[in-house]
Write a protein that binds this ligand. Structure first.
Ligand code: OGA
Ligand code: MN
Length: 378
């Protein structure tokens, strides 16, 4: 069944969200834009980046190709939206994926499991999950590992899902390597003074989705929002400034990066569906391979990123690759405060919400403190 024709005003976004989320029958994906295939229709524009803002050495140390080699696109009607089709060097995605699973899940970062488990129990999510994940499936249904129950991690200024605010009190150091990566991408997109201060990492299982929302809790909305994807591909819906504006559907493949800035910083968006390989892995075995001996890699050995000798090794890769077979990880990085800005003295309550109700709509983010990305089995 082809994507339904929906008119503005009848909650076109909600209709398309449900269409792409549907399991039976599976939706027709022929209208989904695929930037990895280049310019596919007249809605897609080619976008120029600030090629000289990032040196090749800086890019390589963060696992990125030279900016002149990145393929960046825009969308008609969405000024400030930049889609960068996988700018990562071959072999460097495993590094970032392992950071998301092994490092950023550690304290003092905050995750959904902390909401209903003791600090001891959530102390070493990777360590407590690795052996089980590494083992081949034995047929019988095993209890889910902590990694498989993980839905979100927050970094830096920790987003409060209940009040929808950040605060000065709830802050821990933002990971320096992710700050560098974000700074480089932002500079290439024309924001040389971007300062990564908050991260929300989303961990999607194959049946997860992320409801229709706008990210407007950051105090300086003139700064871009960056989004990095690893693992299974997803359908991303980018709508307009009003909740009911009809969205454009696009694939996000492993390694793809999105910048939402300018007028597009406040557009409604959602992730209705995680896709499952095959068709040929958007990442696995190609862009998400370890890149052993990859001639593209060169600089710091096999898939290495700055400060790392020799890339993601066998044991860790066994866990990462197993996890990612049925999962997607997305890192969103935000600057919360403008230069010289500080939090208002009294924390604000919930920001005014958009229109209420309905599947995939109503809430800013259809996620709860305990639930993370929505999953039909939770
Ligand atoms: C978010 C978000 C998109 C994604 O976390 O605000 O929109 O692709 N994530 O996971
Ligand atoms: Mn968002």
């Amino acid at each position: 069944m082809a994507a339904p024709m929906v008119e503005r005003g009848e909650d076109a976004f909600r209709t398309l969200f449900k269409f792409y989320r549907r399991k039976h029958p599976p939706p027709d994906l022929s209208n989904v834009l695929d930037f990895s295939k280049g310019i596919v229709c007249d809605k897609v524009l080619s976008t120029n980046l600030e090629v000289s803002a990032v040196s090749d050495g800086e890019a390589s140390r963060a696992g990125l190709r030279p900016v002149r080699d990145w393929r960046a696109f825009g969308l008609q009607g969405c000024p400030g939206f930049i889609f960068i089709a996988n700018p990562f060097l071959r072999g460097s995605q495993p590094h970032w994926l392992r950071r998301c699973l092994k490092t950023y899940t550690q304290k003092p970062n905050v995750c959904n499991l902390d909401m209903h488990m003791s600090p001891n129990e959530t102390d070493d999510i990777w360590g407590k999950s690795a052996d089980t994940l590494r083992r081949a499936p034995c047929g019988k249904k095993e209890p889910k590992t902590l990694l498989e129950k993980l839905r979100w991690v927050t970094l830096g200024y920790h987003y409060n899902w209940n009040t929808k605010t950040y605060s000065a009190e709830h802050h821990t150091p933002f990971p320096a390597d992710l700050q560098r990566l974000s700074g480089l991408v932002a500079a290439a997109a024309g924001f040389p003074s971007f300062n990564a201060e908050a991260g929300i990492l989303n961990y999607y299982r194959s049946d997860s989705s992320l409801g229709i929302h706008v990210d407007e809790s950051e105090l300086d909305l003139s700064r871009p929002l960056l989004s990095f994807c690893f693992g299974q591909s997803a359908i991303f819906l980018l709508g307009g400034p009003r909740r009911e504006d009809p969205p454009t559907a696009m694939y996000m493949h492993s390694g793809d990066v999105m910048v939402m800035s300018g007028q597009s910083r406040l557009l409604y968006h959602a992730v209705p569906r995680i896709l499952q390989d095959p068709p040929p892995p958007c990442g696995l075995g190609t862009s998400l391979s370890r890149g052993q001996g990859s001639p593209e890699r060169g600089v710091s050995g096999e898939g290495g990123v700055d400060g790392e000798e020799g890339g993601v090794g066998g044991e860790d890769w066994a866990v990462c690759s197993r996890y990612i077979q049925s999962s997607r990880v997305n890192m969103t990085v935000r600057q919360v405060l403008g230069p010289g800005q500080s939090f208002p003295g009294v924390p604000k309550g919930s920001a005014p919400d958009a229109e209420g109700g309905g599947e995939g709509g109503g809430q800013k983010r259809r996620r709860s403190s305990s639930g993370g990305t929505e999953s039909s089995d939770t």
